[in-house]
Design a protein around this ligand. Structure first.
Ligand code: COA
Length: 430
């Protein structure tokens, strides 16, 4: 028996000093969040945990300071200011391990606020677009409060939960948040996309990270054959590849014939495509991002991006100096998983400079910068100026390789830094 209540009634179950999980990305339960924010004067010290959340985030308004604390496992735009203030904190953690934090009671979840599809004829709702860490959250939370949405797609895989598990549920009929990474693609991203496409062989299994570069890469893959997708997340870029036949998933060893992911964000067309579509299989991140699972697929190509890289190949992807900008996410899970896979290639791709002309390749990481991918894990680096393969190269060779693919307007300062650090000695061996 499905029975719904108002959002206000639903969130009245939450008490001070509890830890509350918030479902993420396109599944951010905004109606419940506004109802919870309205209780700011009666609640104290409610800890919020989430990865990426979309849309307005009323719980981090300055007047919520005593009531809510955003203890973020990934930093998205709508919580960035709070996380960088005393209204929040940032937990550096591999996406693959967040579920363990919940399951092992290291971060015990009292309440899970989730956003799900309508129940099917058996009473099961789908966690829809985000199974990632929502699955371990609902498996462990003492209280589950659901925002049931007629427009949330029912996805295949592991993300199903019976309506009877909900302590309270409220009903909405509204579109999901949309993101268009494709609109950020410029000629620079296209050049990067072409370089990466040349590294990808037919029958490779692809993972892509966040931003415009992954979609630009996918745009360059239409003549490839029998590609597979096993990724933490995807967006609209793969729809065209599925339709053109470049992606068949036929040669994957894990879940052949299916796109495997832990979450998705994109357009309304994407949400429509994945609805009740067995070609897409969604699972929790502890499984999708497990290096033991990733490595089973052939020729895994992992494409991720970063904010800054030093001349030895240390990668900062979660902060700009000490300012928390993003998160560890699944970058390392997949960079390592790709290296372990037979014929795999971990790739770090970025524009050589920011829009303001700051070089992303630098002599030393900025003070406070967080290393997400270590230089021992890094192999291929791609900018619009080419490809550097750092694997097996010493620090001096790496520095020269990275300078080669940096923006020409920064060559002089990078060359000077190399001379200061490594001298004028040129490594004579091939
Ligand atoms: N110094 C100062 N500012 C910098 C900078 C630098 N070295 N590098 C980037 N920035 C700024 C940009 O100017 C831009 O600012 P804007 O939003 O005001 O335009 C912003 O930071 C984002 O940079 P951009 O190059 O557009 O990033 P992106 O959208 O391609 O995303 C990451 C790059 C690193 C943030 C993203 O890939 C990420 O979050 N990675 C970590 C998690 C991860 O890899 N997960 C993988 C699986 S999903």
């Amino acid at each position: 028996m499905t029975s719904y209540t108002t959002p206000e009634n639903a969130v009245s179950l939450i008490q001070s000093n509890q830890r509350v999980f918030i479902h993420g990305s396109a599944a951010t339960p905004t109606t419940l969040l506004f109802a919870l924010a309205a209780r700011k004067n009666e609640l104290r010290n409610v800890e919020l945990v989430a990865i990426s959340t979309f849309g307005p985030m009323p719980l981090v308004e300055p007047d919520c300071k005593e009531s809510f604390f955003m203890n973020s496992l990934f930093v998205s735009e709508n919580v960035r200011a709070a996380v960088n203030s005393d209204q929040g904190g940032y937990v550096p953690i591999f996406l693959s391990e967040i579920g363990h934090l919940f399951r092992k009671n290291i971060l015990k979840i009292d309440v899970a606020l989730i956003h799900v599809s309508e129940p099917d004829i058996h009473g099961y709702c789908s966690l829809g677009t985000s199974i990632d860490i929502a699955k371990p959250a609902v498996d462990t939370a003492r209280i589950i409060i659901a925002q049931v949405n007629k427009q949330m797609p029912r996805t295949h895989g592991d993300g199903h939960i019976h309506f009877s598990k909900f302590a309270a549920a409220t009903y909405v009929d509204e579109p999901l948040f949309e993101v268009n990474y494709g609109k950020k693609i410029t000629e620079t991203e296209r050049q990067i996309g072409h370089h990466i496409a040349n590294l990808i062989e037919d029958r490779a299994t692809i993972q892509m990270g966040i931003g415009a570069i992954p979609d630009a890469v996918l745009d360059s893959l239409h003549t490839h054959k029998d590609l597979g997708i096993h990724t933490e997340m995807f967006s609209d870029g793969i729809l065209g590849l599925m339709k053109s036949g470049a992606v068949t998933n036929a040669y994957k060893k894990k879940h052949p014939g299916k796109v495997v992911s832990s979450f998705t964000v994109g357009s309304a067309a994407l949400y429509k495509e994945i609805h009740d579509n067995p070609e897409y299989s969604f699972h929790e991140a502890a499984y999708v991002n497990d290096t033991a699972v990733i490595r089973k697929n052939p020729k895994v190509v992992s494409i991720n991006s970063c904010l800054e890289m030093d001349l030895t190949g240390q990668v900062c992807a979660d902060s700009i100096g000490s300012y928390h900008y993003s998160g560890v996410g699944g970058q390392m899970d997949f960079m390592r998983g790709a290296s372990l896979s037979d014929g795999g290639k971990p790739i770090m791709a970025m524009t050589a400079c920011t829009k303001k002309g700051t070089s992303k390749i630098v002599p030393y990481l900025r003070q406070g910068a967080g290393v997400v991918t270590t230089r021992a894990h890094l192999q291929y680096v791609v900018t619009e100026f080419g490809v550097a393969n750092l694997y097996g190269k010493n620090l001096r060779q790496r520095a020269h390789e990275l300078m080669r693919i940096s923006h020409p307007s920064h060559h002089e300062e990078l060359e000077k830094a190399i001379m200061e650090r490594f001298g004028s000695f040129v490594y004579p061996f091939r």
